[in-house]
Design a protein around this ligand. Structure first.
Ligand code: ZN
Length: 489
């Protein structure tokens, strides 16, 4: 332990020295790139939230008014651009609320850069509303949260300064996720409404100018008997070659109403050549997948009555999937497909049970690293964890961010990341408002930005001060939170 601490201190000294030397002409530097993250600015299920393209890393997140903001970091010059307002979220409120329960927080952006360098965002919805038409993939209970799934594209390649709206996707989406294939085909996956809706994709073969009609992948439905309503949370990503993987969990909702229950873990794979699906064993699947069918064909882990939440999925050199998910109060667990079965899920951080999230890099079947946020025990730590024996045992490698408090939130790994800019996360909130510092983390720690460039919320803070807005008393907040829990997601 002592060695580890000394190692860390040494690394910090060296890193600090390098940063000072590199930025002597730019004054003091901060370890965050803006302070205008807002509410819950990003999550692993709205992804990618950033992408590296030709020497720059582009980042999208939820800023003031729950709008979509974008920053860019040039790796050669170490210069930042932004934040720039890219798109207005119809669910945003004015002035900015000071209680998180007043926010919807589902409209944050997913981002991708197409093969010509144009930057695309999808954002702004939590299922849409009846004014936008009939939702063919969701129940009427799926209405009411509002917004409109919006697709915008940068006016020029590699340039975040101006944007245009493309009216070419369904307005009813939630949790947008872009997957771009090697041949340039773009799949936009999302849940087609609120919780009682199908998960679908729309496909584009012309760099996002037009999209196919939605195709349903996971089916929501009221069970034949009783009041349980089958629903899902899913995570999609590129697999080996021309394939897309998804790992997903089951949400036994109720109708009418809503539950917070989330159970089990599932996996399946799409073949880009013919858009057919198969399970881990290679058996062809018919979509959309129902609960009963998924239990028979694509189940990884039966969690019984224990809560399970989605994580991420990546493949090894043979295309075999490695899946991480969150168990119970948020303990990250790992399993992989051996070629014939799933390994017994194992807790990556031993003895810790809550507030974990992150993503992983599969170097090979045996060698996997996870970049994990651990926000349990009233502190935030982001650290590298590693297995060298195919996931049987995990060890902590290195801590790259640590602060007391809690409430940090982390996105999935940046698409095509370079090791100096791998993932974005938001620091915990400070009392009095909902703005947060946004941090870009490389392998060794935060990417720096000159102090003089990182403050962007003074205008909003002045408005709040003028309006006299104060967070509601604690007991009101608790009641509001409970009410929100009852009808959200
Ligand atoms: Zn529900």
């Amino acid at each position: 332990m002592k060695f580890l601490n000394w190692g860390l201190r040494l690394a910090k000294l060296l890193l600090g020295g390098a940063v000072l030397a590199g930025s002597a002409d730019r004054g003091a530097c901060a370890d965050y790139f803006t302070d205008n993250g807002f509410g819950n600015p990003l999550s692993t299920i709205h992804h990618p939230s950033g992408e590296h393209y030709k020497g720059s890393t582009y980042i999208a997140y939820q800023g003031p008014h729950e709008d979509a903001y974008v920053c860019a970091y040039n790796h050669a010059t170490k210069k930042w651009t932004g934040p720039l307002l890219a798109g207005i979220n119809p669910m945003g409120k004015t002035p900015d609320p000071v209680d998180n329960s007043e926010l919807d927080n589902h409209g944050k952006p997913a981002m991708m850069v197409d093969r010509n360098g144009f930057i695309h965002l999808a954002f702004g919805a939590h299922g849409g509303n009846p004014m936008l038409g009939r939702n063919a993939f969701g129940t009427s209970a799926g209405f009411g949260h509002g917004g409109k799934l919006t697709h915008i594209v940068s006016s020029h390649p590699e340039d975040i300064s101006s944007w245009r709206i493309l009216e070419n996707i369904s307005p009813f989406g939630t949790y947008p996720q872009f997957v771009q294939m090697d041949d340039g085909d773009i799949y936009l996956f999302y849940r087609h409404g609120t919780h009682q809706s199908d998960w679908v994709y729309q496909k584009s073969s012309d760099d996002g100018l037009t999209f196919s009609r939605p195709v349903s992948v996971l089916k929501h439905k009221l069970q034949a008997k009783g009041t349980l309503h089958d629903a899902w949370y899913a995570w999609f990503a590129k697999g080996l070659g021309d394939t897309i993987t998804t790992s997903y969990i089951y949400h036994p909702c109720s109708y009418p109403g809503h539950t917070k229950d989330r159970l089990n873990v599932y996996y399946m794979k799409m073949n880009g050549a013919d858009d057919s699906w198969e399970n881990a064993a290679g058996e062809k699947l018919t979509i959309p997948v129902t609960r009963e069918y998924a239990d028979r064909k694509s189940l990884i882990f039966d969690s019984g009555k224990d809560r399970c939440n989605h994580g991420t999925c990546h493949v090894d050199q043979e295309g075999n999937p490695h899946v991480m998910f969150r168990h119970g109060a948020g303990q990250v667990r790992y399993t992989r497909w051996t070629g014939s079965s799933w390994t017994q899920p194992i807790a990556v951080i031993p003895g810790e049970g809550a507030g974990q999230d992150g993503d992983m890099i599969v170097e090979s079947t045996a060698d996997v690293r996870m970049l994990l946020l651990n926000s349990g025990n009233n502190r935030n730590e982001v650290a590298w964890w590693r297995t060298s024996d195919g996931g049987r045992t995990w060890g902590k490698e290195k801590s790259i961010f640590s602060k007391p408090g809690g409430g940090c939130e982390m996105g999935a790994l940046i698409e095509n990341f370079t090791t100096d800019a791998m993932v974005v996360f938001s620091e915990g909130r400070v009392p009095g408002h909902l703005y947060r510092k946004m941090v870009l983390l490389g392998k060794e720690g935060p990417v720096q930005r000159p102090d003089a460039e990182v403050s962007h919320v003074q205008k909003q803070l002045d408005v709040l001060k003028e309006s006299g807005a104060k967070p509601a008393p604690k007991e009101d907040r608790a009641a509001k939170k409970a009410r929100k829990k009852a009808d959200d997601e």
